[in-house]
Design a protein around this ligand. Structure first.
Ligand SMILES: CC(C)(COP(=O)(O)OP(=O)(O)OC[C@H]1O[C@@H](n2cnc3c(N)ncnc32)[C@H](O)[C@@H]1OP(=O)(O)O)[C@@H](O)C(=O)NCCC(=O)NCCS
Length: 173
């Protein structure tokens, strides 16, 4: 059974991971673990509980700041940069792509964002979840409700906290 675990370089084999994007492979191999150690980001991996060393996919979260899109009805509430969770990196190993693993990772991130609010897991709230999509991959996010923060930058997408909470509740009702 697949489960999400915090990256542990003594358990999870970072060198065996290949998502087809060398920059992301290199990030996992060389930066993800030290990012956690320096309190900059947190990387979680998806693994089969019968084979913990093989990384099926991973995501990395940190904090950023954003306002709401000027043209959205949330702009009045969030008109200046406010804390937001940033989905820094996400990837699935080539062997497992196209099997809804990316979706599982993204829903895990959306659920974690909702739980920041619902379970008071952090001392202060965030206004949602932010991601810088790779060119051509916007649809992977927009189909879950993400939309552009700035019309001039169509790759910077956000999901307001209210939608994260709705998604979480729908999945857990
Ligand atoms: C992008 C990535 C994370 C998607 O993961 P995946 O496990 O292959 O995708 P899933 O099987 O969960 O697909 C879920 C949905 O997203 C869509 N999707 C998958 N990859 C997509 C892409 N590259 N662009 C647009 N939509 C995509 C699927 O068609 C599916 O939609 P559907 O419900 O309409 O069928 C994965 O292909 C990957 O790691 N790619 C290389 C690394 C990368 O580019 N990461 C950064 C993404 S910005």
């Amino acid at each position: 059974m697949l489960e999400i675990q915090t990256l542990d370089k003594n358990i999870h084999n970072r060198n065996g991971f290949d998502c087809g994007d060398e920059a992301l492979n290199k990030f996992l191999r060389e930066q993800a673990s030290s990012g956690s150690k320096r309190y900059l980001s947190r990387t979680k991996v998806l693994v089969d509980n019968q084979n913990l060393s093989e990384i099926v996919g991973f995501h990395t979260l940190s904090y950023s700041e954003s306002s709401a899109p000027v043209e959205s009805n949330l702009y009045k509430r969030y008109p200046y940069p406010l804390p937001i969770l940033l989905l820094n990196r996400m990837a699935v190993d080539i062997k497992y792509q196209g099997q809804r693993i990316g979706e599982q990772l993204l829903l895990d991130v959306i659920n974690q964002t909702a739980r920041v609010e619902l379970e008071g897991l952090a001392p202060a709230p965030v206004i949602g979840l932010l991601v810088d999509a790779k060119d051509g991959k916007e649809r992977f996010y927009t189909k879950y409700g993400f939309s552009p923060v700035d019309t001039k930058d169509p790759l910077r997408l956000w999901l307001p906290i209210s939608i994260c909470i709705e998604t979480y509740k729908a999945a857990n009702s």
